[in-house]
Write a protein of this length. Structure first.
Lengths: 459, 90
């Protein structure tokens, strides 16, 4: 055996070890006690896989330079970013992974594919990688509130059309070798229309549906890496990419189930056309409450459930919320947090915000845990959440959100709803909760209202 | 073509394995899992490192692929680690 063959054998063994470490790592990442270790294990797997690849490096100056620069940029962003900007950061990094696979497939196309199957893989990898890239950038823009485009705007419609056009062009490109030769450079068109199509894929999707989109893009980046692995005949790319594809898919399904909608409906239909059905006429008097009265009720409560939503993130109220929770506990009240899976703009958004504010994760409960004991809750405090506590989902078969699993706060003895105005939630559906006998509305900025309660407790 | 059949087999098994391993995730870990998985998708770096650098165009493509995959890897792992460190039990 030549030395070259020895090195290839060692490289393959290292790739197998790395694959096993990736598998254990992602498994450990799914459990609270082992998650930190799991992430470390997968980072180690990445390290040895890259190390084993560098042995065969063609152009050390360019490529090692790229790693170094990427390490500096990536680390700086990751260490400097505020914890509240995590959702958009994850979207941005995800996009960069997609871009890398897009470039890999482009490079392989330039090296002239040997057979049709390789050609097919190049086309598909370019498409998934490219859509992941620009789609994630749009998600980044939407999550960081830098980009605001209405679903019904003309720009959104143009890009949606381009997205459908890009699918047709992909199919055309795949069939091209069987068609007569063309007079134009189809490949450049494919690169461009793919990137524009990715914009059109995400642009019309509303903020409340972001948890689903971002999980799906996460899945795509993995699938793209796995296809790149097929193209380069590289095992570790296939295994690692597939694991990411699977985990993203699981999150996508969890999110869609938590909204009781199909993935198709979220991506291509949206609430706007779904909500033409019966809209609730049940209006009535709302009962507002002020901070001083709310304090008196909270002070005598023996159990309080806090339900945060996107409004808490917008108001940056998580720290005062934690403070209120602690003061209530000192006062002898049992405090829990009810977290709906799609509250916020990404999977687990509320959990991250509350963790940042030092709320321990074992007081966070899921809807299935709190709904059965809801009638023993003295006060449910809804902070900037709307659709996830809308009783129409259980009471009104005609409602667009009927069937969606909610946190059934209307069964609690008293409900406080902290809200800036009477506007409806993301789904555009009126919320009968606001008009219930046991509901009190505390209007104003969530941070100020909770802050007011905190100072009442301190006096 | 045989190699593709074999690798396709690896692909399908890995997806199935992933689905089985992660099917029950507590909602606290939804964001870290996504962010951690995202860092793993930076494995594209391994593919980027073996790209050809024959021409100027090819060198530029390879450099950019390595650069962006590296940002994904380093940024992804560090952000996940920072996030997980925040999660505390009572």
């Amino acid at each position: 055996m030549s030395i070259f063959e020895d090195i290839t054998a060692i490289q393959n063994i290292i790739y197998i070890v790395a694959s096993i470490l990736f598998i254990s790592g992602i498994k450990m990442l799914g459990k609270e006690d082992t998650a930190v270790k799991g992430n470390f294990l997968s980072a180690f797997a990445m390290f040895i896989a890259v190390l084993a690849t560098i042995i065969f490096i063609v152009d050390p100056v360019i490529l090692l330079g790229g790693i170094l620069l990427g390490a500096i940029i990536g680390s700086t962003i990751a260490l400097k970013v505020k914890m509240t900007s995590i959702p958009e950061m994850v979207a941005l990094f995800n996009g960069f992974g997609g871009l890398a696979t897009f470039l890999i497939a482009w490079s392989e196309y330039n090296s002239i594919p040997d057979n049709y199957f390789q050609y097919l893989l190049v086309m598909v990898t370019i498409y998934i990688g490219g859509v992941t890239f620009t789609g994630s950038l749009i998600a980044y823009g939407k999550l960081s509130e830098k980009l605001k485009v209405a679903k019904t705007s003309i720009v959104a419609k143009i890009f949606t059309t381009i997205f459908y056009g890009s699918i047709l062009f992909l199919i055309f490109s795949i069939l091209l070798p069987f068609l007569p030769a063309l007079g134009f450079n189809f490949f450049t068109v494919l690169l461009a229309i793919t990137l524009l199509g990715g914009i059109g894929f995400v642009l019309p999707i509303g903020g409340g549906d972001m948890p689903v989109v971002i999980s799906l893009l996460n899945s795509f980046s993995g699938i793209a890496a796995a296809f790149a692995g097929l193209l380069l005949l590289n095992n570790v790319l296939i295994v690692a990419g597939s694991l990411v594809g699977a985990s993203g898919l699981i999150l996508t399904v969890i999110m869609a189930k938590a909204m009781n909608r199909s993935i198709n409906n979220i991506l291509f239909v949206g609430y706007a056309s779904a909500s033409k059905g019966s809209s609730s006429e049940e209006q009535g008097e709302v009962s507002p409450i002020n901070v001083a009265d709310a304090f008196l009720i909270l002070e005598s409560a023996s159990s309080v459930l806090i339900i945060p939503g996107y409004g808490m993130a917008v108001a940056q109220a998580q720290h005062v919320v934690r403070e209120l929770g602690e003061l209530l506990e000192e006062n002898g009240t049992e405090v829990k947090y009810g977290i709906h899976p799609v509250a916020g703009r990404m999977p687990g958004h509320m959990n991250v915000l509350l963790a940042e504010a030092n709320v321990p994760y074992d007081v966070l409960a899921e809807p299935d845990d709190v709904n059965p004991i809801m009638d023993s809750v003295d006060v449910a405090v809804v902070i900037g959440a709307n659709d996830v506590v809308n009783p129409s989902a259980t009471e009104e078969p005609g409602s667009p959100i009927y069937g969606m699993p909610i946190i059934e706060v209307h069964n609690a003895k008293t409900v406080f709803v902290l809200k800036r105005s009477m506007s409806s939630g993301f789904a555009g559906v009126q919320n009968p909760l606001f008009f219930k006998q046991n509901t009190r509305m505390l209007f104003g900025d969530a941070k100020e209202s909770i802050g007011g309660l905190v100072s009442e407790f301190k006096d | 073509m045989e190699i593709y059949a074999l690798l396709g087999f690896v692909l399908i098994l890995s997806i199935y394995l992933g689905l089985e391993l992660i099917s029950k995730v507590p909602s606290t870990l939804h964001t870290p899992l996504m962010s951690g998985a995202n860092a793993i998708s930076g494995i594209a770096l391994v593919g980027a490192l073996v790209l050809s650098t024959d021409s100027n165009l090819q060198s530029a493509i390879a450099f950019l692929a390595v650069l962006f995959a590296s940002i994904n890897v380093f940024g992804g792992y560090l952000v996940t680690n920072r996030m997980l460190k925040m999660f505390k039990k009572k």
